[in-house]
Design a protein around this ligand. Sequence first.
Ligand code: NAD
Length: 269
Amino acid sequence: MKNIVIVGAAGRMGKILVRLVQAGIEPGLKLSGAVDLWDCADLGKDAGLVAGAGEAGVLITSDLAALLPAGDVVIDFSAHHGTSGNAPRVAAAGKGLVIGTTGLNADEKKAVEQAAQKIPVVLAPNMSLGMNLLFALVRKAAEALKGKGYDVEIIERHHRRKKDSPSGTAIGLGEAAADGYGWDLKKTAVDGRRGLVGERPVEQIGFHAVRGGDIVGDHTVLFAADGECLELSHRATSRDAFARGALRAAAWVAGRTPGLYSMRDVLGV
Ligand code: NAD
């Protein structure tokens, strides 16, 4: 049995993770700890009850360090600043780490990369199998269309509560397309367009973020040429797909050699 500590346990993803661990979706995983912020209204409550999954016998606490000795793998779906602060603690304790949190800035990513020198870390902006397949398909499409006049645009749609933009998944899709084209995404990405922006240059990848309602997450990568347009799309209909991937990653990462891994490594796509 691998003992799992969930960070962000009272959040949307945290509750689904608790529910699916309790349901035994990924064999061999056991909930051993649940963490959220000190001012979270659910602090001190049973994580299973908060998740609507029945009593788990694990209370939500804000003290990650106290839970680490008994844990094997930490799954972190919290917030960018929290995740980057947690990574060195998990590394010091020598545990496995699965990070689903998005919106990490360059310094925060560096903290995760440093932790990955000491422990195995899976970092993925999107943990679903379908989306990770889409990353591979987009890279393949870009390799095939490279230099043939196909403009790349990425459109993503999410619920109104999402804090970062464009989504980490959209950036991941942009990276896949840029890799396939042999471009540097940092030099080619533009966020939306407004005003007299002039004609579209060839070496550009446009990102468009739509926010509204309770949309779980839609992503489309458009390859538009003269005379045709290829669209590759993914629609998440429930957050369970991300949580299932995260639990698969947790089972996979325990006992690996230190390093920074992606869901491509976990899923073999
Ligand atoms: P949410 O706001 O519902 O939940 C986040 C929870 O983390 C909250 O309960 C919050 O109190 C807690 N938290 C914040 N900082 C913390 C800290 N320092 N320590 C402990 N707990 C802390 O958000 P959500 O929808 O559950 O998403 C969480 C993160 O996961 C976001 O970054 C989101 O973009 C990302 N996400 C990733 C995937 C994926 O597949 N990788 C899928 C969905 C969401």
